[in-house]
Ligand binder design. Structure first.
Ligand code: HEC
Ligand code: HEC
Length: 290
């Protein structure tokens, strides 16, 4: 390394004083003009930017900029616009009858979207993400309804629940024929055989005949003389192929012994009215609405 800048012999240009491998020296050449001009332009640009837009931090705030721009304000106004666009629909849904919502394509589309989202959050854990249900949790896609499949029925079920704590809940409890000793094991067995015969399932003819009598005395009051069920009492149809708790002999015996008594929570008070209406419309449209 040389102490003082020296001139390069060949080009006559001053060197920077940096030397490599004893004789490799760096020439002190100016920056390319284009680069320097771009550099000046960026400086001027940034000064303009500082003046127009929020830029410099101050102790408790920042410079506002002449244009008064704020990302936060922009987001706020976008949210307000989206809310206003939605409130137009939510207000209409709040005021409309359920059948009116179903009859109005625009409202229906909005209600279906809201209902689908709310279903995923609130109902899917019990009824499955597509409403297909699980043992003890009814399928909401089919047209077999325990408590009724009209819009109003579904709406009421969602609002007040089934055997929930709500005073307006749907209640009705099948007796615990086995646990409470109303029927003995043999009678329960016979009744189960009869229930299987109602459902067109394999059964013991003699036992089913005895069971028919028990059914008429103990069960027809709720499930109907023909076993087709009664929606006012939430007593399922026992003649179709749809079983909430299963159709095997054991499942049916357990149903008769314990009375089951599935519980669905009430949603009034947990969800707002508009969301509950959207859910009713959505569930109704899943496939089985009446
Ligand atoms: C904690 C579990 C649970 C949750 C959460 C739940 N349900 Fe239910 N739901 C049930 C059970 C259990 C039944 C059947 C009750 C019975 O045995 O009659 C039922 C029944 C129903 C029925 C009546 C079906 C019929 O055939 O009449 C509808 C409609 C329904 N649920 C809709 C919903 C909707 C919509 C939601 C979400 C807002 C929801 N459920 C959330 C457990 C639940
Ligand atoms: C007080 C009314 C009532 C009476 C009486 C009654 N049930 Fe029920 N039964 C119901 C209700 C309500 C349910 C639905 C329980 C639930 O959803 O958890 C039900 C459910 C059942 C089920 C389950 C159906 C399925 O889809 O899995 C069977 C089986 C059944 N009852 C058979 C009988 C038999 C047999 C008798 C007579 C020995 C009887 N029930 C008497 C109300 C009644």
């Amino acid at each position: 390394m040389a102490d003082k800048p020296e001139r390069d012999d060949v080009t006559g240009i001053e060197t920077t004083g940096h030397v490599w491998d004893d004789d490799l020296k760096e020439l002190n050449k100016p920056l390319p003009k284009w680069w320097v001009y771009v550099f000046y332009v960026t400086i001027i640009w940034s000064i303009g930017y500082w003046i127009l837009f929020p830029a410099w931090p101050l102790i408790s705030s920042h410079t506002e900029g002449l244009l008064g721009y704020s990302q936060r304000a922009e987001v706020r106004s976008e949210i307000q616009e989206a809310r206003a666009a939605q409130s137009q629909f939510t207000e209409q849904i709040e005021a409309a009858e359920l059948t009116e919502i179903r009859g109005n394509p625009e409202l229906l589309r909005f209600a279906m979207a809201g209902g689908e989202a709310a279903f995923g959050d609130n109902c899917a854990p019990c009824h499955g993400s597509g409403g297909q249900g699980f043992k003890g949790y009814p399928n909401l896609n089919d047209d077999s309804w325990i408590w009724g499949g009209e819009l109003e029925d579904i709406h009421q079920t969602i609002r007040y629940g089934i055997r929930s704590d709500h005073p307006d809940a749907r209640v009705s409890q099948m007796p615990r024929f086995g646990i409470d000793g109303i029927l003995n094991d043999e009678q329960i067995n016979d009744a189960a055989e009869y229930v299987r015969s109602l459902g067109g399932l394999e059964h013991d003819e003699a036992a089913a005949e005895r069971g028919a009598e028990i059914f008429a005395q103990q069960c027809a009051f709720c499930h109907g003389e023909n076993g087709k069920g009664m929606q006012d009492l939430g007593a399922p149809n026992l003649t179709d192929a749809i079983w909430l708790y299963g159709s095997s002999k054991d499942d049916i015996v357990t149903s008769i012994q314990t009375g089951r008594g599935g519980v669905m929570p009430n949603f009034v008070g947990r969800l707002d009215d508009v969301t509950i209406k959207q859910l009713a419309v959505y569930v109704h449209a899943l496939g089985g609405g009446q």
